[in-house]
Design a protein around this ligand. Structure first.
Ligand code: RM4
Ligand code: MN
Ligand code: MN
Length: 422
């Protein structure tokens, strides 16, 4: 696919006067100074959200999968899809690979393709939750926590190999998510399983280059339904602390039981300097992997409020970890990125000094007024201005449709292609 950048400029040209009017009135209605807006713009412009290589095709459930056509057939095409998103919105400058779904056999060539699209390589992800053909030992009863040392060693070596693949591409982090756990009470010794996991992770940690991070992701259930070895932020933080300074926790929004106060978890992990990565999605019940901001936009805003405590001093591995069962994956990703930027911008608008003061005064009503007046601000003109300055599209989604990008992909790749992933 060759996205005609000239078309983006032409479309922006015709939408520019409308945008200018919205942006001017947005600014004039608020009492912030020009330097405040410039600072906001600077901060928001730097926001880059990695796209996972497994989210560019249609996802499925255990009941079925309904591919939409034009799905990427290989890693080069996945990079091209991310490149198109980045050209449209200016915030998708990296891809996160899942090994072995996407093995970069020829790293130099893959790096070259990515360079042409302006795409970098974010964290690499290992996979010990599925058996691969020709694999010697099965992960049916676990991987890093397995009772059999040979299985653990195989899983450790896989993770080390994933680091090597990532090194060749210029990645700087590995995300470890384990499905290890138990389906039934009594099946697994909690303590032994945890200790084995720590010992296995230590071997992987020992393989990390000095400038790399290890991100330890937690999840309460699924595919195991009674217990998971790294089930919550407590276990993740414990492991990250025991492993050492290069290990951090990773929060996936879908990996909490209903009604968990995720923003408070974010605050705790930030306080300990141990939050390293974030997987964005949305959910109603479990790990639903729905479009970011589609169900609980207020929660997303509250999370950004916590992330902003010192966000300028630390970089995170931001990624969208969603699955698109009924939407065009690229449209869905554009919506998700938009939702993330909206929440981030709204959080920047909170008058933090006034909020601290109201908190100290126990002025509960004012606390709510302050945060909700930011949450209720329509920040879309600000985000359009940022895209405009980055020479991305003023209206990414409508341009995507207008340029008929999906149809172009179907013509190029076929109507029945299937991308690797879940
Ligand atoms: C898991 C978890 C991981 C992701 C896999 C595909 O639930 O969210 O981050 O790599 O799904
Ligand atoms: Mn995840
Ligand atoms: Mn998940």
């Amino acid at each position: 696919m060759n996205l005609n950048l000239q078309r983006i400029a032409e479309e922006n040209e015709s939408a520019l006067s409308d945008h200018q009017a919205h942006w001017d009135s947005f600014r004039s209605l608020r009492s912030y100074s020009d330097s405040f807006w410039e600072k906001c713009i600077h901060q928001l412009s730097a926001m880059q959200i990695a796209i996972p290589s497994w989210a560019l095709g249609t996802g499925g459930t255990r009941f079925g999968r309904f591919p939409g056509g034009g799905e990427p057939r290989n890693l080069e095409e996945k990079i091209a899809d991310v490149g198109a998103l980045h050209a449209l919105n200016g915030h998708c400058g990296s891809i996160s690979l899942h090994i072995p779904w996407d093995i970069p056999d020829n790293a130099d060539h893959i790096r070259q393709v990515a360079r042409e699209w302006g795409i970098a390589f974010d964290a690499v992800n290992s996979n010990t939750f599925q058996d691969q053909t020709n694999q010697e030992h099965s992960y049916k009863f676990g991987s890093l926590a397995h009772t059999d040392a040979a299985v653990r060693q195989q899983a450790v070596e896989h993770n080390q190999q994933v680091i090597d693949y990532g090194r060749a591409l210029g990645s700087k982090a590995i995300t470890v998510w384990l499905s290890d756990g138990a389906n039934f009470p009594g099946q697994q010794n909690f303590r032994r399983a945890f200790e084995r996991t720590l010992a296995s992770l230590q071997k992987i940690y020992g393989h990390l280059p000095n400038d790399w991070q290890m991100l330890v992701e937690y999840k309460p259930y699924e595919p195991n339904f009674y217990s998971t070895v790294i089930q919550d932020w407590g276990s993740s933080l414990l492991l990250a602390s025991r492993l050492g300074p290069q290990a951090y926790s990773l929060v996936d929004l879908g990996h909490h039981l209903p009604n968990t106060n995720i923003e408070q978890i974010v605050s705790r992990l930030r306080m300990e300097g141990k939050l390293g990565g974030f997987h964005f999605n949305d959910s109603k019940y479990g790990d639903d992997d729905l479009t970011v901001g589609s169900i609980k936009p207020y929660q997303l805003f509250l999370i950004f409020l916590e992330l902003l405590e010192g966000i300028e001093t630390q970089s995170f591995a931001w990624m969208i970890d969603a699955s698109h069962n009924v939407k065009d994956p690229l449209e869905d990703l554009l919506q998700s990125v938009d939702a993330i930027l909206i929440a981030y911008a709204q959080a920047l608008l909170v008058d933090r000094e006034a909020l601290y003061q109201a908190q100290e005064d126990n002025d509960v009503v004012m606390c709510q007024e302050i945060i909700q007046s930011a949450f209720r601000t329509d920040v879309r003109p600000l985000l359009a201005e940022i895209r405009h300055r980055a020479e991305a599209a003023l209206h990414p989604l409508s341009l995507y449709r207008k340029l008929q990008i999906r149809q172009t992909l179907v013509n190029e790749r076929g109507a029945k292609t299937l991308a690797t992933g879940l």
